[in-house]
Design a protein around this ligand. Structure first.
Ligand SMILES: C[S@@+](CC[C@H](N)C(=O)[O-])C[C@H]1O[C@@H](n2cnc3c(N)ncnc32)[C@H](O)[C@@H]1O
Length: 240
């Protein structure tokens, strides 16, 4: 699956931003901005944006971070990273080619780690996802913060069905058409209805070792911003 996802992003990189903005009517920009503001409120100096893609979140965070802060973006798609580099000329951001399942950083390196609209692309079985979150927890300093922005699941059955129908009938065909990758957007659209509701995601974060998790829903829970905290005191890599 990993190779398949890498291939999809290599194919759709040139149209990725446009497709996102069209399909969310620009809401993705506002949601990233809110997440970046939340990130900036912790005044982090060393920041890692995993699955950074074309770098929109990295740049948004660097604008909210205190002077001197450095944002590192990590992604395994070179075409996505090239686009990110093109956007980051005015910001304090640097980019590395890396698989986020095994990050090339020592433990306790970052004050804050962010991921936006990418968790669905990782192997999202609960055990695998907890494994990714543990890796993120590892590279955070004690007291560090994990900012997680992703699509979620509306609460009521009717809203949820409408949301999934929107993804099926609009996101999938429009994404396929604009990107030229029918298989890519079939897969990406397929991951949205299958992703976790906010409460389940919070439980997985706690299982991965985060001490506390707050959640802020956007647009009737169509997306959610989770903020998870690593304990100040760790014992054998686990928060106590
Ligand atoms: C939907 S894009 C999100 C990009 C960006 N964070 C945003 O907010 O638009 C998902 C990104 O995750 C990357 N990705 C998926 N799995 C990855 C992995 N295992 N390691 C590194 N990057 C990965 C893809 O290459 C792609 O750039």
């Amino acid at each position: 699956m990993k190779k398949g996802v890498q291939k999809i992003y290599t194919e759709v990189a040139h149209r990725y931003d446009l497709i996102n903005h069209v399909m969310t009517l620009g809401l993705d920009i506002l949601w990233r901005k809110s997440a970046a503001r939340a990130a900036g409120s912790f005044s982090p100096q060393q920041i890692l944006d995993v699955c950074c893609g074309t770098g929109d979140m990295s740049v948004a965070i660097s604008r909210q971070a205190p002077p001197g802060a450095l944002v590192t973006g990590a992604d395994f798609s070179l075409p996505m990273l090239r686009l990110a580099e093109g956007k980051s000329y005015s910001s304090q951001a640097a980019f590395v080619l890396s698989d986020v399942g095994c990050l090339p950083f020592p433990q306790e390196t970052f004050d804050l780690l962010a991921i936006s609209f990418a968790t669905r692309n990782l192997d999202s079985g609960p055990e695998a996802l907890v494994g990714f979150f543990r890796e993120f927890h590892r590279v955070l300093k004690p007291g560090g913060v994990f900012i997680h922005l992703e699509t979620s699941q509306p609460r009521g059955r009717l809203l949820r069905s409408l949301f999934h129908a929107y993804v099926r009938t609009l996101v999938r065909p429009l994404g396929s058409r604009l990107s030229g990758s029918a298989a890519g957007y079939r897969y990406l659209a397929h991951t949205i209805p299958r992703f976790y509701p906010a409460e389940e995601l919070s439980s997985l974060l706690v299982r991965a070792g985060f001490a506390s998790v707050d959640c802020r829903p956007f647009l009737f829970h169509m997306a959610a911003l989770h903020t998870a905290h690593k304990s100040l005191f760790t014992f054998g890599g686990k928060g106590v």
